[in-house]
Ligand binder design. Structure first.
Ligand code: 475
Length: 824
């Protein structure tokens, strides 16, 4: 008798089954018992029980995709900032409350077990977290998709604060094993590096290029299942780990070089050893180029293998089946790599290969900062990837010779600007130009940013290809950033608008009509209060600082960068402190300013700003004269799991970048969604947040993009503001004293210097007065609880647009042209 295919219902576990499965795994997978098991063992046993469900659905998804031979999107990203997966997977499988009950009967709290899980911090910040939200949405919307990246042994460093200063410690997310990853030795790839290129006569006549590698590295894939909400589609995130290739080890070994072979091994393993901790700065190091090539080459080979299994060497369907999204320029080398494979290995002619390439790739730009635009020295490229450099030259020659020459005949200035090669003392490969030339579509991540990409960053490319540039505004997954992190608010929303909102965030608009309802306001603010009380405990546990949940919780969480202007927040807090010292009755509602932020280890000024925040905190928090009206908290080791605790507790969201510099921001969306009121500039997605929530519900201040440009064009002089504003002057002069660093005057002077002698490139002083006024406005709103509640509710209820499902749907329609594939 044919076995009946399991239905959805058969897959759904009840409490007793889950309980039995957890206990079974505790014994048979973890080798322990209920009596002895540590919390970590319980967590792993729970994960193993959940994995039974995940794997069943993963297999079904893969079979369905294979049988239907669907077109798929391949999201190439050097970073995936996944955070923890347990609660997310449980929610997405509709098993969260079942699991909670099962564990309770075993005498355990699910939330405690979840704390056992280390964050998977394989990313720096916004770009990496966006990739994680996107793969969640792709699975949720039932799109065939694979995430491709690097299996870093050490993710972003763990931050410790010692005497107020940031210390970096290695992160070891898989030291004791990670239950969510599956090693796939059957799909190992071998990747060439270095060596030289030979020109030989091909079989079919004509010349052919052969790359003789100097080394080969093995790429071992680890799959992380990505469970869509509802549990229908389970896609994978495939991360490549580097190992020494056996082939190479043996060579050296046989020659009697056992020790050398170990050195080879160590070198090979270095490639995926650590994530570069630079956010928005190009490291420009050989190892980073190798990392990029390594994961791109492994991924292209993986895609080829799967394609050829069905289509053999007929590449006429390739572009119809395969779409590749490049998450910033980090995976750009995938373009010449695909050309190399098609031309050198599959014997396609150049034009046929280029036609395919050009349709397959698209590129997302995440930043306009010049220091982030990747450039590699030609010499380095030639050493590591000699064949790719030749291919890049060929792409460039054809592009300049055909397209640019036709549009701007004889214009060498434009040619120099659009060339993939930057001429100069050191010749460089411009990855951004290569990306634009080799991609079908180029997008920015918020309306204003996409406009600047088109008009300021790549204007000539936009003139050449008017339809290439587009916008896809970022979004965040409401499953993690509301349902899982703010369960009380989620339950309230279930009651008033129904349970569809996690899939259709626009449904939250239905909450707007309760914004004036006293009873609803009370419920909403009671939940905020609970979340604040929980954060109070976390703050106490992590920093020892006591804060009062009656105060306004004002939160700035993001990487530390001058353009994000933590220093503006800092000098404003100092100004408030001065006002309170000058007048103990200074009228303000108590405020707690909370920061969470990591600085790139080599970014001196950013680290000085962290130090200054901590020194200010010490002074302010222990000053009885100000009667607890002001507190400052720097939360160490900001990461996804900490964000999940801070965001639901925020009253005020600080989004204060210099207009034109924050491409989009995504923390702004998460905070507003959880009922925080934005104090922000008209930058990035703030502009769209204000459009949705209404300007009267946000505290917008400062120069806009045009005004920033105009002021810079006129010649900005920070001293004008320093001398004109006595409070600002006093605050800046404070940095030179030892008020915050007793006995050590001048320890904070670098901040003042950067804002005056350094020219204040991010216009901190120019925006100070407006920022201070915006804070006064926020303070006045807070004193009217009904007014505040209304604004907070409206902010949360109108964030439907910033669902990453909507972003993905935009990508599908504007760029990928994918079809959903129902699994079940
Ligand atoms: C933007 N990271 C945010 C977010 O689109 C935006 C760069 C180089 C090396 C390593 N990491 C980076 C970024 O450039 C980055 O995170 N950019 C951010 O991307 C998602 O919301 O405004 O700053």
């Amino acid at each position: 008798m044919a076995t009946k295919k399991k239905t959805e219902l058969d897959l759904q576990l009840n409490k007793d089954q889950l309980k039995a499965s957890i206990v079974r795994h505790l014994r048979s997978t973890l080798g322990t018992s209920e009596q002895k098991a540590s919390p970590q063992a319980w967590w792993k046993a729970t994960a193993a029980a959940v994995n039974e469900q995940v794997y069943e659905r993963l297999t079904r998804t893969q079979q369905t995709h294979f049988n239907k031979d669907t077109r798929a999107i391949h999201y190439f990203s050097a970073e995936f900032l996944m955070g923890r997966l347990t609660s997310n997977n449980l929610h997405n499988l509709s098993l969260y409350s079942v699991c909670e009950e099962a564990l309770r009967e075993l005498g355990l709290e699910l939330t405690d077990l979840c704390e056992q899980e280390p964050d998977m911090a394989l990313g720096n910040g916004g770009l990496g977290r966006l990739a994680a939200c996107f793969i969640d949405s792709l699975a949720t919307l039932n799109y065939p998709a694979v995430g491709y990246g690097l299996h870093y042994e050490h993710g972003l460093f763990r931050q410790e604060i010692q005497d107020g200063r940031q210390i970096e410690r290695p992160d070891s997310w898989r030291e004791y094993g990670n239950p969510w990853e599956i090693c796939r030795p059957e799909s190992v790839q071998e990747i060439p590096l270095y060596g030289y290129v030979e020109t030989v006569f091909g079989d079919k006549g004509g010349l052919k290029k052969v790359w003789h590698a100097g080394r080969k590295i093995k790429g071992v894939p680890w799959d992380i299942p990505v469970v869509g909400f509802g549990g229908h589609t389970v896609n994978i995130l495939r991360l490549w780990e580097s190992r020494a290739s056996e082939f190479f080890d043996w060579d050296v070994f046989n020659a009697g070089g056992y020790v050398d072979s170990q050195a080879e091994k160590a070198q090979a393993e270095t490639i995926s050893k650590v994530l570069y901790p630079n956010d928005e700065t190009d490291a420009g190091k050989e190892l980073r180029l190798i990392q990029q090539y390594f994961f791109c080459a492994c991924s292209i080979k993986d895609i080829m293998r799967r394609y050829k299994r069905v289509h053999g060497s007929d590449f006429s369907n390739f572009a119809a089946q395969i779409a590749i999204q490049l998450n910033d320029t980090h995976p750009t080398v995938a373009i010449p790599e695909l050309m190399r494979v098609l031309v050198d290995e599959e014997d396609l002619n150049w034009d046929a290969a280029w036609t395919i390439c050009y349709q397959v790739f698209s590129y997302t730009n995440h930043t306009l900062l010049p220091e982030a635009l990747e450039k590699w020295s030609v010499n380095l490229f030639e050493k590591v990837l000699p064949r790719h450099l030749e291919i890049i030259y060929e792409i460039n020659a054809r592009f300049l010779g055909d397209l640019v020459e036709a549009k701007w005949p004889g214009d060498d200035v434009i040619k120099a600007k659009l060339s993939i090669i930057e001429e100069g003392e050191v010749r460089k490969v411009r990855m951004g130009n290569l990306c634009v030339i080799g991609s079908a579509k180029v997008n920015g991540v918020a309306e204003i940013h996409s406009k600047l990409v088109k008009e300021d960053l790549f204007p000539e490319f936009a003139a050449l290809w008017p339809d290439k540039m587009c916008n896809v505004t970022n979004g965040v997954t409401p499953r993690r950033w509301l349902l899982a992190c703010n369960p009380e608010l989620a339950a309230l929303y279930d009651e008033v608008v129904g349970k569809e909102w996690p899939l259709q965030l626009d449904k939250l608009r239905g909450v707007v009509k309760f914004a004036d309802d006293k009873a609803f306001q009370q419920q909403f603010m009671t939940i905020k209060r609970h979340n604040k009380e929980k954060l109070v405990k976390v703050i106490k546990a992590e920093t020892g600082i006591e804060v009062d949940a009656n105060a306004i919780f004002d939160i700035q969480i993001k990487r530390l960068h001058e353009y994000k202007r933590q220093q503006l927040n800092l000098i404003h807090i100092m100004a408030l402190y001065r006002r309170l010292l000058a007048n103990p009755d200074y009228d303000m509602h108590p405020r707690v300013f909370i920061f969470g932020s990591k600085a790139a280890p080599g970014y001196k000024l950013a680290k000085d700003i962290i130090y200054a925040i901590n020194k200010l905190a010490e002074r302010v928090n222990n000053d009885t004269r100000i009667q607890g009206k002001l507190k400052v908290v720097f939360m160490p080791n900001y990461r996804v799991s900490l964000a999940e605790k801070m965001i639901p507790a925020a009253d005020v969201s600080e989004q204060i970048s210099t207009a034109g510099y924050e491409a989009s921001g995504t923390g702004n969306m998460k905070l507003a969604l959880n009922g925080a009121i934005t104090i922000g500039t008209l930058d990035g997605a703030n502009i769209e947040i204000v459009e949705e929530a209404g300007a009267e519900h946000c505290a917008i201040f400062g120069l806009n993009v045009d005004e920033v440009k105009a002021l810079k064009a006129r010649g900005y002089n920070p001293y004008d503001f320093y001398y004109a504003n006595s409070e600002l002057k006093a605050v800046l002069d404070w940095f030179d004293t030892d008020y915050f660093t007793p006995g050590k005057p001048g320890e904070l002077s670098s901040i003042k210097r950067s804002l005056l002698e350094g020219g204040d490139p991010y216009l901190t002083l120019a925006d100070f007065a407006a920022y201070s006024e915006a804070h006064q406005l926020v303070d006045s709103w807070y004193r009217d609880p009904a007014l505040w509640a209304k604004k907070a509710i409206i902010n949360s209820a109108t964030m439907g647009k910033f669902n990453s499902d909507r972003s993905i749907q935009d990508y599908v329609e504007r760029i990928w042209k994918l079809e959903r594939c129902k699994v079940g």
